[in-house]
Design a protein around this ligand. Structure first.
Ligand code: NAD
Length: 465
């Protein structure tokens, strides 16, 4: 059997040749590939849902909506718009009689890494723009979701020739071997810590990178909102996939005098939505991906409690699941306020002055998303103006990602670059600026820039003032 390193090098060389053929494909040919992929995803839908159940205990509803539907919608969106996006973009020229155009060309050989929390969506969603922009591509799915990795491999090998799109399953060993190859672009979804290593490795070949990372997404609640109405929006976002969502609300700021009411409503919502006769409805609530992450979450909880936090709701662990958990009185020194929670624990923090909240947000790395709930758009705009984050939503959480005309991505520690829709097409394209010069002799000023310069400097200096 061929070892992984040899296989990887073979595929890389195959794709190196084929990229020139793929680069020349028309919008129609690329759309045809995307449609073949769509057909196969639909054909494999039951197996994909089963794999997600096996890996994460993911509710079928969540598997269908956030994993499969998002990819299908992106394919449909590319199908409707790709031809127009591929058109060269004519821009005004400064050279007299010339024409200038921006031509989108594929980056070339791309590498896509995905994370385990949406192991299907995070692998296939960036593949859509990679194909749309005319690239060849190697995919590396997450080893922490092995069943989804296997069904993804089955789909890719059925739909694509490996000289165009190949998939290499495996863990950190395979991930690291891949980084030795001189890819033109690396698209990485995962932790900030590994993102730094990816960027360093990319630097060796000066490959461009898209880093889709994590962070602590805060929710700021203004006192003028109807808490009863907004609690379901915040909590359904928090507890989707048991909080293992990069865009999930990490912690909430609520006005001091409203905190008791907020926590009461949160408790009621959790009972109503995730429990039946006092039992957690496991079919509607994901598992924690593995023992290591379960222990990490348990450790965060214990540390918070040791530093003065009250477990208002939840805290129990059963069958690989942590119950929806709500903490109050969390100390700023607690570990849970330092790292991304990435699980079903929600610290509820109180505030008296909005400026203090803004200072706390700005004291942390820029998050992937920031959420504001307010009836007053001026207040929301002020918070937006005084802070920074990858994206943001006012009066909702997470759903800004579903907007096809908004870029999705982080900033600095929460990521570099963005995708979905035209932003994905641009991320996987190189914008090549091309000048079509006018014929020699048509521009009387052309020879002015040629030597000898004698007597010309004075004229030039007339322009520099
Ligand atoms: P991770 O960084 O551990 O792993 C991501 C991928 O990188 C996997 O395919 C893994 O095999 C590979 N990898 C691991 N170590 C590597 C190394 N040393 N060199 C090269 N590759 C390596 O992340 P994870 O635990 O799978 O995912 C959780 C994190 O991802 C969270 O921080 C979450 O916020 C983030 N995330 C971000 C987004 C987003 O779109 N911004 C989406 C989902 C998850």
């Amino acid at each position: 059997m061929v070892d992984v390193k040899t296989k990887l090098q073979e595929v890389f060389q195959l794709q190196k040749q084929q990229q020139h053929v793929v680069k020349m494909t028309s919008a129609e040919e690329r759309i045809e590939k995307l449609q073949k992929l769509k057909v196969e995803i639909i054909a494999q839908a039951p197996s994909i849902m089963e794999a997600l159940q096996q890996d994460l205990g993911k509710p079928a509803f969540e598997a269908a909506s956030s994993e499969m539907l998002s990819v299908i919608s992106e394919i449909d969106y590319f199908t409707a718009n790709l031809k127009q996006w591929m058109e060269p973009h004519v821009v005004p020229a400064r050279n007299e009689g010339a024409q200038t155009k921006i031509i989108s060309e594929p980056k070339g050989q791309c590498l896509i890494y995905s994370a385990w929390n949406f192991p299907f969506m995070l692998l296939f969603l960036p593949l859509v723009p990679a194909i749309g922009a005319g690239n060849v591509c190697i995919l590396k799915p997450s080893e922490l979701a092995p069943a989804t990795s296997a069904i993804s491999a089955k789909i890719i090998t059925k739909v694509f020739d490996e000289s165009e799109v190949a998939i290499l399953e495996g863990g950190v060993d395979v991930a690291t071997l891949l980084l030795e190859q001189p890819f033109n672009h690396i698209f990485f979804t995962g932790s900030t810590h590994v993102g730094r290593e990816i960027m360093q490795a990319a630097g060796k070949h000066l490959a461009s990178v898209t880093l889709e990372l994590g962070g602590k997404c805060p929710v700021i609640i203004d006192e003028n909102v109807d808490l009863e109405k907004i609690v379901p929006r915040i909590l359904s976002g928090k507890y989707t996939n048991a909080g293992q969502v990069c865009l999930a609300p990490d912690h909430v700021y609520v006005k001091e005098e409203q905190s008791q009411e907020f926590v009461r409503l949160v408790g009621e919502y959790i009972q109503r939505s995730y429990f039946e006769n006092g039992e957690l409805v496991k079919s509607d609530f994901s598992k924690i991906v593995n023992e290591r992450n379960l222990n990490r979450l348990e450790g965060l909880l214990q540390d918070a409690v040791a530093k003065g936090a009250t477990v208002h709701v939840g805290g129990e662990i059963e069958d690989g699941r942590m119950y929806p958990t709500v903490l109050t009185d969390v100390s700023v020194d607690a570990q849970i306020m330092e790292e991304e929670i990435f699980g079903p624990i929600l610290p509820v923090l109180t505030y008296t002055s909005l400026d203090d909240v803004i200072d706390q947000v700005n004291a942390r790395p820029k998050p992937l998303a920031l959420y504001i709930f307010s009836e007053d758009q001026n207040m929301a705009d002020l918070v937006l103006a005084k802070t920074s984050s990858g994206g943001a939503a006012v009066n909702d959480v997470i759903r800004h990602m579903l907007e096809p005309n908004l870029p999705f991505g982080g900033v600095n520690e929460s990521g570099i670059g963005s995708y979905t829709g035209i932003f994905g097409f641009k991320e996987f394209s190189h914008e090549r600026g091309v000048l079509y010069q006018a014929p020699v002799g048509t521009n009387p000023l052309e020879t002015f820039a040629h030597a000898p310069y004698k007597g010309k400097l004075e004229m030039l200096m007339q322009r520099i003032k």
